[in-house]
Design a protein around this ligand. Structure first.
Ligand SMILES: CC(C)(COP(=O)(O)OP(=O)(O)OC[C@H]1O[C@@H](n2cnc3c(N)ncnc32)[C@H](O)[C@@H]1OP(=O)(O)O)[C@@H](O)C(=O)NCCC(=O)NCCS
Length: 376
């Protein structure tokens, strides 16, 4: 009806909030957390430090880091009732559905969820960041009929996750690669899952509801689910020689190539560049890796001029695959990292909250007559 308001499908380019947490320069392919380039975080920091920096909106001091590390380690375990629930889930449940449901369930076991102050929401944020790897690892082992491995408080966040998943301690290199993958996925400005979490929180619903919504939004293949599909595609292609025909056929049919394109980046995603290096090292330039590089080459040749380049999902799948992680855990790993960004954005927004309430452009008719059901 009224066209007074500017309309942008999918809210493309529409600012929905102000933030100091992260900034994407899409034209130049740059990403910053708190103004610091992602490459610096990847080189010098840990996921734990990134998470606390996002929650505090500044670089943490030494004693703050010490307390946060201790708080994370002591909050990793799940309530026994929740563990029983995970053990009872049908083994063919998608791990993202398991994660979403367990995050929602955790609210029932946390007294802080009933409190409305930001301090309680901060405490819940720390607990959620601590528990995400445990939920994913427990569910994965439960569905495989394997014994659950309790968290090891002597290990850092990334190393502990790999340990709980596989039952053996990862090498320092493997733990560091996982740590960097988590750093790279910790936040990404305004995006579908962060926005979902913020919309829920803006109604003054609770942190568990907001983060459950974030997990639900991330589950979709246009957001977090793309790296699973990248791996499936690379398996279908099989070898570098088959890539040209496969990609050109798909493009001719106007199909999307997973792991390429981004609403904001119109240049090479800086996170993909970092992950590509690890994919190369971990796979020792396997045929699989070479197929990916060939696909990248073809896509940049065909679509680079339109600003379509590899995004973070293109190489993350190869990295996780080389670490021996099942394909359907890729998106849950994204969530393990992104819960830091979700909680930080929610806390930031709630400091000056206003409920999200956009408009729809009504395209229907008005003043129509009601027709009784027998006369339609
Ligand atoms: C990420 C994504 C959803 C962004 O979508 P968007 O900002 O809405 O971009 P649009 O859908 O408007 O696409 C713009 C143009 O680029 C093309 N395009 C975008 N991504 C493409 C891809 N992966 N493969 C082939 N063509 C692509 C579209 O077909 C469209 O072409 P047209 O103008 O000729 O119709 C989209 O690039 C995509 O579907 N990528 C694959 C999934 C993926 O990797 N997601 C993870 C993101 S981190």
């Amino acid at each position: 009806m009224t066209e007074k308001y500017p309309f942008s499908k999918g809210l493309a380019g529409v600012p929905a909030a102000e933030t100091v947490l992260s900034f994407i320069n899409g034209q130049e392919g740059k990403l910053y957390y708190l103004g610091i380039p992602i490459e610096e975080w990847a080189e010098h920091s840990t996921f734990e430090e990134v998470a606390l920096a996002l929650l505090l909106r500044r670089l943490p001091k030494k004693d703050e880091m010490k307390m946060f590390n201790a708080a994370l380690r002591s909050a990793r375990e799940l309530p026994p009732e929740v563990i029983d629930f995970i053990l009872d889930l049908p083994p063919d449940t998608h791990p993202m559905a398991a994660l979403r449901t367990v995050v929602s369930l955790l609210e029932a076991y946390d007294y802080d969820a009933k409190l409305e102050d930001l301090e309680a929401k901060f405490r819940i944020s720390v607990r959620l960041i601590a528990k995400f790897p445990t939920i994913v690892a427990y569910f994965d082992r439960a569905r495989k009929g394997l014994e659950l491995i309790p968290p090891d408080p002597t290990l850092g966040h990334a190393a502990n996750f790999l340990y709980m998943l596989k039952g053996e301690r990862p090498s320092d290199y493997e733990a560091r690669v996982m740590d960097i993958a988590l750093i790279l996925h910790a936040d990404h400005g305004m995006n579908a899952s962060t926005f979902t979490a913020m919309v829920i929180a803006s109604t003054l619903s609770d942190m568990y509801s907001a983060i459950t919504g974030g997990v639900a939004a991330l589950k979709g293949p246009l957001h977090g689910g793309a790296n699973e599909r990248v791996l499936k595609m690379l398996k279908e292609i099989g070898s570098p020689e088959n890539a040209e025909k496969y990609i050109l056929d798909k493009l001719a049919k106007k199909e999307r190539i997973m792991g390429f394109g981004h609403r904001v980046y119109k240049a090479y995603d800086p996170r993909a560049r970092i992950l590509k290096k690890f994919a190369e090292e971990l796979t020792k330039r396997s045929e699989f890796y070479q197929t990916a590089v060939k696909v990248e080459e073809i896509m940049i040749r065909e679509k680079g001029a339109k600003g379509i380049f590899p995004n973070v999902d293109f190489y993350s799948g190869l990295v996780y695959n080389a670490l021996g992680i099942d394909t359907d855990l890729f998106t849950p790993i994204f969530a393990i990292a992104r819960v830091a960004g979700w909680t930080a954005h929610v806390l930031e927004y709630l400091e000056d909250n206003r409920i999200f309430r956009p408009r729809a452009i009504y395209k229907g008719e008005i003043d129509k007559k009601y027709i009784p059901i027998d006369e339609r």
